[in-house]
Design a protein around this ligand. Structure first.
Ligand SMILES: Nc1ncnc2c1ncn2[C@@H]1O[C@H](COP(=O)(O)OP(=O)(O)OP(=O)(O)O)[C@@H](O)[C@H]1O
Ligand SMILES: [Mg+2]
Length: 471
């Protein structure tokens, strides 16, 4: 039989155990401090002393204000009431503190203060930290992927379009110069292909080719990614410091993708790099000479952004020294058969299939579509056709016709007009066509309602639909 009363009867044991329990309790309830009626430290637990980084024994007897900052004890002393649930923050951690008056025979003897983590706040701040970490992780994952991706060469740019051939000859011409190049064009038109070719054909081809996507890199990382930092320049910085992309790419090429999404503050820093050809690491004193070929890409109308005050004008002129403006696929449909052939070859290898070609009807179908996602979209459709095809020829039946709504997808795209060397008539036609397609999409192909919405006669509407071959 267990005898519960055995140790309770022993005074010695009970004292020792009670002391143990009291101590453990005081260490575990949180950070505990006790002061006497004159606000001098009487007790502080290990946990609290450690977190403050103070010598526990030396603190005893000292005025509380010298040991613990931002502690207000006077309220409790004056009122004799506890003060509960007061929030305060130390080193970025939020605490909740409770203070209780201690009395003996009704006389004020001192105060005990107990503070604990404020859980919700702690969880919230942990979540923010996790969010940031996972953003950073994704960024580095993507960066790693990009850096290991196979490089393209100029022969990968398939085209027989006149403008494109001209652009390709331009690449040969300027590859070995140090000129800054701006490659513009809608998404999926092959900007990256051009950037690679420029580097591969240059005398820098054995030096690094660094790619930075200004739109996916977290804003709090951009500066340190570009310029690097000296050791210990900010909390969270690596001990050894870090090289920025400019230094890593020194002697080679940097491609800054989607430069339009660079925050204004960094635009001015970038401008300085382009002008001075030197950088300074974060927290660094000296400047470092930089010899890199800069390639920028954008799918936005930068001049428009300049006019709206969203992009620095001086930077615009600095990066727009030499513009490679890649036309969208719908303006060079003659390229479709050649590119499709290339993709068939590619997917045969990648998927281990034996597709022998594509029927002329299927090519016709592909050429009737407007390809808002350009070559990348074409690539996706070919890949999907592979999945539906058993091998042999790709035919109309292997393409998902339901998804072939020939429309522009975003308003942003509709707003960007390529006016370079084009007649007003052609520009107006383009806008007209877009408007009709949009209205038809909006009203699910109801011509009457689409015509009404655009405020034109139905006969005029029909005529225009025929003219622009909208079905
Ligand atoms: N002329 C071309 N011939 C063959 N393949 C091409 C051609 N142009 C682009 N591609 C292919 O199309 C895909 C998209 O090209 P790329 O990534 O260069 O487009 P992008 O303009 O950089 O697009 P984004 O603006 O979305 O970054 C790639 O797989 C690329 O290899
Ligand atoms: Mg790209």
């Amino acid at each position: 039989m267990i005898r519960h009363d055995s140790w309770l009867n022993s005074d010695e044991l009970s004292k020792e155990l009670m002391e143990f329990y009291m101590n453990e309790a005081l260490e575990n309830v949180g950070s505990v401090a006790i002061i006497d009626k004159d606000f001098r430290m009487v007790y502080i637990n290990d946990k609290y002393a450690d977190s403050l980084g103070i010598d526990k024994l030396k603190s005893l007897g000292k005025p509380v204000s010298e040991v613990i900052d931002n502690t207000n004890m006077t309220n409790v002393a004056r009122t004799g009431h506890p003060e509960l649930g007061v929030l305060y923050s130390r080193n970025g951690v939020n605490f909740i503190i409770n203070k209780f008056p201690l009395t003996k025979d009704g006389e004020f003897m001192g105060i005990v203060g107990i503070s604990t983590f404020q859980d919700d706040e702690k969880v919230a701040s942990l979540r923010v930290r996790l969010d940031n970490l996972s953003k950073e992780l994704n960024y580095y994952k993507e960066k790693n992927h990009r850096q290991n991706a196979a490089k393209y060469s100029i022969d990968d740019i398939i085209s027989k379009n006149e403008t494109m051939l001209h652009l390709k000859s331009l690449v040969y011409k300027v590859a070995s110069t140090k000129s800054t190049v701006l490659i513009s064009g809608e998404s999926g038109t092959g900007k990256e292909l051009f950037a690679h070719s420029l580097h591969a054909l240059s005398n820098r081809s054995n030096m690094p080719f660094q790619r930075i996507n200004c739109s996916t890199i977290p804003e709090n990382l951009i500066e340190s990614e570009l310029f690097g930092y000296e050791k210990g320049s900010f909390t969270g910085a690596l001990k050894e410091g870090k090289l920025g992309e400019f230094e890593v790419a020194n002697g080679g090429t940097i491609m800054m993708d989607e430069v339009d999404s660079l925050p204004l503050a960094l635009q001015s820093k970038l401008l300085r790099v382009l002008q001075e050809k030197e950088i300074r690491r974060i927290g660094g004193k000296e400047t470092i000479d930089i010899d890199v070929r800069m390639i920028f890409t954008t799918n936005k109308d930068l001049l428009n952004m300049v006019n709206r005050g969203e992009f620095r004008e001086d930077l615009y002129y600095r990066i727009n020294v030499l513009n490679i403006a890649i036309p969208p696929l719908r303006e060079r449909k003659e390229d479709i058969p050649g590119i499709v052939d290339r993709f068939i070859h590619k997917f045969n290898q990648e998927l281990g299939m034996r597709v022998t070609g594509i029927t002329s009807e299927a090519i016709k179908l592909l050429m009737s579509y407007s390809w808002p996602g350009n070559i990348r979209e074409l690539e996706n459709h070919i890949e999907r056709a592979f999945i539906y095809s058993p091998g042999g020829m790709l035919g109309v039946e292997h393409f998902n016709l339901n998804n072939f709504v020939p429309v522009e997808t975003s308003n942003e795209k509709a707003a960007v007009l390529n006016t370079d060397g084009r007649k007003l008539k052609d520009i107006v036609s383009e806008v007209e066509k877009k408007a009709i397609i949009e209205a038809m999409t909006k009203f699910s192909g109801n011509k009457k309602r689409a015509a009404e919405a655009l405020g034109v006669d139905r006969s005029v509407f029909y005529e225009k639909m025929k003219k622009y071959e909208i079905t």
